[in-house]
Design a binder for this molecule. Structure first.
Ligand SMILES: Nc1nc2c(ncn2[C@@H]2O[C@H](COP(=O)(O)OP(=O)(O)OP(=O)(O)O)[C@@H](O)[C@H]2O)c(=O)[nH]1
Ligand SMILES: [Mg+2]
Ligand SMILES: [Zn+2]
Length: 192
């Protein structure tokens, strides 16, 4: 969605205290895809200074699923914010939609942040055509011109450069599988 909007994205992996190995794994995956990645933990005070540095001089939006710790992170960045935080349900392991509205907060005269309500799922309605999905994966976009067919969707087509890059480990397999998942989801939206 951020690729569609052309936003300057930083991926923040919070709660890294819960599983540092897994956090490092996803940090590598998203760095390989072309993103700046921060590992943070509000419990162990990891990465907060780095996060703050990223926010200075910018207008930033904190977006992500409910309960991942967006408001908690902002409170750590500036304890004057005093934002309400919630807990994660033991049963569903999801957040409880604690933040209810979008608020513009001032960090300093040149730095603003928006805390936002977490989402529970990603709506793909903004994608108009199945051929657009590949444009929203940076690393797929990067090698698309090397495929045999210019119209290649990197799915079942022969001589596909993307599938080659996945085999070589240059494009992460999990990201590629996510691409196929979204591609098929968009195809199914169109059918009805
Ligand atoms: N283990 C761990 N828990 C954290 C961390 N950061 C936040 N939490 C916990 O995660 C829960 C949800 O935190 P919130 O800050 O309310 O999450 P949110 O993303 O703002 O949620 P919404 O407002 O519902 O979108 C709270 O119980 C926090 O204490 C962290 O770094 N490590
Ligand atoms: Mg919140
Ligand atoms: Zn291809």
């Amino acid at each position: 969605m951020s690729e569609y909007e052309g936003l300057d994205v930083t991926v923040c992996i919070n709660k890294s205290d819960l599983n540092l190995d897994l956090s490092e794994k996803y940090k590598k995956i998203y760095e390989k895809a072309g993103y700046k990645v921060l590992l943070t933990s509000t419990k162990l005070d990891i990465g907060i200074d780095d996060l703050k540095k990223n926010l200075l001089g910018n207008i930033s939006v904190f977006a992500g699923p409910s309960g991942v710790g967006k408001s908690s992170l902002l409170n750590k960045v500036d304890n004057r914010l005093n934002l309400e935080t919630g807990t994660v349900s033991n049963k569903t392991r999801r957040g409880k939609h604690t933040t209810r509205h979008i608020e513009l907060l001032e960090l300093d005269s040149e730095s603003f942040i928006l805390d936002t309500p977490g989402f529970s799922s990603l709506n793909l309605d903004f994608i108009e055509d199945e051929t657009d999905v590949k444009d929203y994966f940076r690393e797929i976009n990067k090698y698309s011109q090397d495929c045999r067919f210019l119209s290649c969707l990197h799915d079942k087509e022969p001589n596909c450069a993307i599938k080659e890059k996945v085999k070589e480990g240059i494009i992460d397999e999990e990201r590629y599988n996510n691409y196929l998942l979204l591609l098929n989801e968009v195809r199914n939206i169109r059918r009805y």
